[in-house]
Ligand binder design. Structure first.
Ligand code: UD1
Length: 370
C-alpha cells in the first residue's frame, strides 16, 4: 500500500525547502503528499509567487493564520490543524525548518501521536535569543525521523541524544539551486531585471535584513544601514515587509547608496545574488545559497548554523558591529572563495528522502514491551 504524508509549510523559506520534495514525490506512484499551508506568510511576494513560479501547484489546505506572536501562531495553527490531521490517516507529517509554523505543526503531530519528520534537522546556532533556535531544538527532540542536511547537523543530534532516527541526506535547498541553476546564472535575466537599478555585474552589494534580533531594537537596524551607507557601495535591498514596517515606524534614515526594492521571486533574487560582489544578510538559508553560488557573504548576526560556510572562509559573522561590518565589507567584496559544494550533499537529497519515506514507515520512538 502507498504511503500518505502531510507536508506543512507557512513561510517563504519553508516553501523553498519543500519544492524539491513535492517535485520528487510527484514522480512516485506509491507516495501521496498533502500540502498544508499555514499562511504565516500571506503577502503574495512571500508566498503565492513561489508556488506559481516554481510550478508546484497550490497547497491542498490553507489555514490563513496570518501574523502574530509565537504564542499566537502556536495556538491558532494547532487549533486549525487538529481536525485536518485527525481525519487524514497519515503515516507522518513532514515539517521543514525552524519557523513558528514548523514548531506549531510538530507539536500538533506529537500530541496527536502522528510521527513527525523533521526536514533540516540538527542545525544549531547555540543562541536561545533566536526564536528559530528554540523552535528547532524543540522539534528535533519530539521528531521520529530527523533528516539532517550536513555532517555537523548529525554530530549535533548525536551529541544531544535525540530519540528519533537520524538520517544524513544532504540539503534540499541545494537540490533546488542545482535544478534551477541555468535560470539563475542568466545574463539576460540580470540585464532585464536591473534595467531601472543602474548597477553592473560584481559592482554592488545585496542586502537582506529581517531577523527579529535585528528589528527588536530599531537602533541596531539604523546602525547597520548607516555603516553600509558610509561605504558608498551601491546596495540593493529587497526589503521584507516586517523590516519596512519597523523602518517606517521608527523613521529609520536610508542612506543614498541603498536602493530599496520589494522582495523578489526565487530566480530573480538569486540572479541578483550571483552577479553581486558581496551579500550582507541575517538570513540563514541565504548564507548557504551565496556559498553555493561562490559569492562571499557577511552575516549580520552573532552566530550561524551553517558552519561550513565559515569554515571555508566564504562567510564572516559580524553581528551589528559597525567596525566589523566596515572591515569585512572591504575584506570580502569580490573575494575569490574556494568552496566544496559536496558539504551540502549531491543535489539528490529530496529523492533520497522520498525513497526513505516510501520504504520505511516512521515510528514513534518507544521502549519495546519486556
Ligand atoms: C519568519 C521566520 C524566519 C524566516 C522568515 C523568512 C519565525 C519565528 N520566523 O520570519 O525564521 O527566516 O520567516 O521570511 O517563524 N509580514 C507581512 N507580510 C507577510 C508576513 C509577515 O507584512 O506575508 C510582517 C508582519 O508585520 C509580521 C512580521 O512581518 O508581524 C513578521 O512575520 P513573521 O511571519 O512572524 O516572521 P518573519 O520575520 O517573516
Amino acid at each position: 500500500m502507498g504511503k500518505k504524508y502531510a507536508l506543512i509549510t507557512g513561510t517563504r523559506p519553508q516553501i523553498i525547502k519543500s519544492v524539491p520534495i513535492l517535485r520528487a514525490a510527484k514522480k512516485e506512484q506509491s507516495i501521496e503528499i498533502i500540502h498544508i499551508f499555514t499562511g504565516q506568510h500571506y503577502d503574495s511576494y512571500l508566498s503565492d509567487i513561489f508556488f506559481q513560479k516554481l510550478s508546484v501547484g497550490e497547497p491542498d489546505y490553507q489555514l490563513n493564520v496570518g501574523s502574530g506572536s509565537t504564542e499566537y501562531h502556536i495556538r491558532v495553527i494547532m487549533k486549525k490543524l487538529v481536525p485536518i490531521l485527525g481525519k487524514l490517516k497519515l503515516n507522518g507529517i513532514i515539517v521543514p525548518g525552524d519557523t513558528n509554523s514548523a514548531l506549531a505543526s510538530a507539536l500538533t503531530g506529537i500530541f496527536l501521536g502522528i510521527p513527525v519528520i523533521h526536514l533540516e534537522a540538527g542545525l544549531r546556532s547555540y543562541d536561545l535569543n533566536m526564536q528559530e533556535e528554540i523552535n528547532r531544538r524543540l522539534i528535533d527532540h519530539g521528531a521520529s525521523v530527523l533528516f539532517a542536511p550536513t555532517r555537523a547537523a548529525v554530530t549535533n543530534l548525536n551529541n544531544e541524544s535525540v530519540l528519533g532516527k537520524v538520517i544524513l541526506c544532504g540539503d534540499t535547498m541545494y537540490d533546488l539551486l542545482l535544478a534551477e541553476k541555468s535560470g539563475i546564472i542568466d545574463k539576460d535575466l540580470f540585464i532585464k531585471s536591473t534595467k531601472n537599478l543602474q548597477i553592473s555585474e560584481k559592482k554592488y552589494l545585496m542586502l537582506t535584513i529581517h531577523r527579529r534580533e535585528n528589528l527588536r531594537n530599531p537602533n541596531l537596524l539604523q546602525q547597520i544601514l548607516t555603516t553600509i551607507g558610509e561605504t558608498d557601495k551601491i546596495t540593493i535591498f529587497p526589503i521584507h515587509p516586517h523590516t519596512r514596517k519597523i523602518a517606517n515606524l521608527s523613521q529609520i534614515e536610508i542612506p543614498k547608496n541603498i536602493k530599496l526594492i520589494d522582495p523578489l521571486p526565487y530566480k530573480t533574487f538569486l540572479n541578483l545574488v550571483a552577479y553581486s560582489g558581496l551579500v550582507l544578510t541575517d538570513s540563514g538559508g541565504l548564507q548557504k545559497e551565496t556559498y553555493l553560488l561562490g559569492v562571499p557573504c557577511v552575516t549580520l548576526r552573532n552566530s550561524t548554523e551553517w558552519v561550513e560556510t565559515v569554515d571555508y572562509g566564504a562567510n564572516k559573522i559580524v553581528g551589528a558591529n559597525p567596525s566589523l561590518i566596515r572591515s569585512m565589507i572591504n575584506e570580502m567584496f569580490n573575494k575569490d572563495i574556494k568552496i566544496d559544494e559536496s558539504v551540502y550533499g549531491n543535489g539528490k537529497a529530496s529523492i533520497y528522502i522520498i525513497k526513505e519515506l516510501i520504504e520505511n514507515s516512521p515510528t514513534i520512538p518507544t521502549i519495546p514491551d519486556l
